[in-house]
Design a protein around this ligand. Structure first.
Ligand SMILES: Nc1ncnc2c1ncn2[C@@H]1O[C@H](COP(=O)(O)OP(=O)(O)OP(=O)(O)O)[C@@H](O)[C@H]1O
Ligand SMILES: [Mg+2]
Length: 228
């Protein structure tokens, strides 16, 4: 099967410290992967390299078989904006913007018209159970709802890969279950989902667990393919 993302011999050095060590990872289209490991083991750093938010000190990254040229910063920014959807522990919604406007931002950045962006933002918010709240500001909804808006925003440009860094880190068990159901549905729709988590029980719904320690991948376990 063709890999959608491939990392070859990736090292990341920050001030003489190697925070990623000779990472080799191949992600197949449609996989649902969890990344686990202790604090400081390099999970976020790995996600940033996968999602083209950061560049490695050595090694190669291939997206859909094409080698990424790290000197082409504009091309990388465009690739990042259209291929990846990011979700973090903190939602980073823009406080002054309505939920609708927050979801529209990445589409406008990608060059879609205002009308098209608005129409799609309505649809996405509806899909995530936020119909009727489009005009509210982030502070006027709950934490679980804020995270769903962040997911809607991440899906704005129909990314092929969803990258989530502890997306449920700030949520209670009910909202954690809601977010996991959303990821599960995205996976069943054929999206590739890569999620860092501290909660071991959440990894049971994924198909593959990548374990990190001290900047290394120490285990890469394929679980039974299941309908999450
Ligand atoms: N900008 C930076 N400058 C210096 N050190 C950094 C920087 N970013 C990350 N590190 C170091 O790299 C290592 C890996 O960090 P990373 O954030 O990837 O860990 P993590 O596994 O995501 O941890 P956590 O579970 O706490 O989020 C840590 O030792 C961290 O201190
Ligand atoms: Mg982290």
């Amino acid at each position: 099967m063709s890999s959608i993302i491939q990392l070859k011999n990736i090292n990341k050095k920050i001030r003489e410290e190697l925070i990623l060590r000779d990472i080799n990872l191949s992600v197949t289209k449609g996989e649902f992967i969890s990344i686990i490991g202790p604090s400081g083991s390099g999970k976020s750093s790995l996600l940033y390299i996968i999602g083209l938010l950061d560049i490695p000190s050595d090694g190669e990254v291939f997206i859909e078989g094409e080698k990424v040229d790290f000197t082409e910063t504009h091309k990388i920014a465009h690739l990042r904006n259209i291929k990846f959807g990011f979700i973090f522990q903190f939602h980073y919604l823009i406080a002054e913007f309505s939920l609708l406007e927050n979801v529209m931002v990445p589409m406008l950045k990608a060059g879609r018209t205002k009308e098209e962006s608005k129409e799609r933002a309505y649809l996405l918010l509806q899909k995530l159970g936020l119909k009727g709240k489009e005009k509210r500001k982030p502070f006027q909804i709950s934490g679980g709802e804020q995270q769903r808006v962040a997911i809607a925003r991440a899906l704005a440009n129909e990314p092929i890969v969803i990258i989530a860094d502890e997306p449920t880190g700030n949520l209670d068990s009910k909202n954690t279950a809601i977010v996991m159901d959303i990821f599960c549905n995205l996976h069943l729709e054929g999206k590739t989902v890569i999620m860092v988590t501290h909660e071991i029980e959440l990894t049971e719904r994924t198909e593959r667990i990548v374990k990190m320690l001290d900047g290394n991948i120490i285990e890469d376990i394929e679980l039974d393919k299941k309908k999450c």
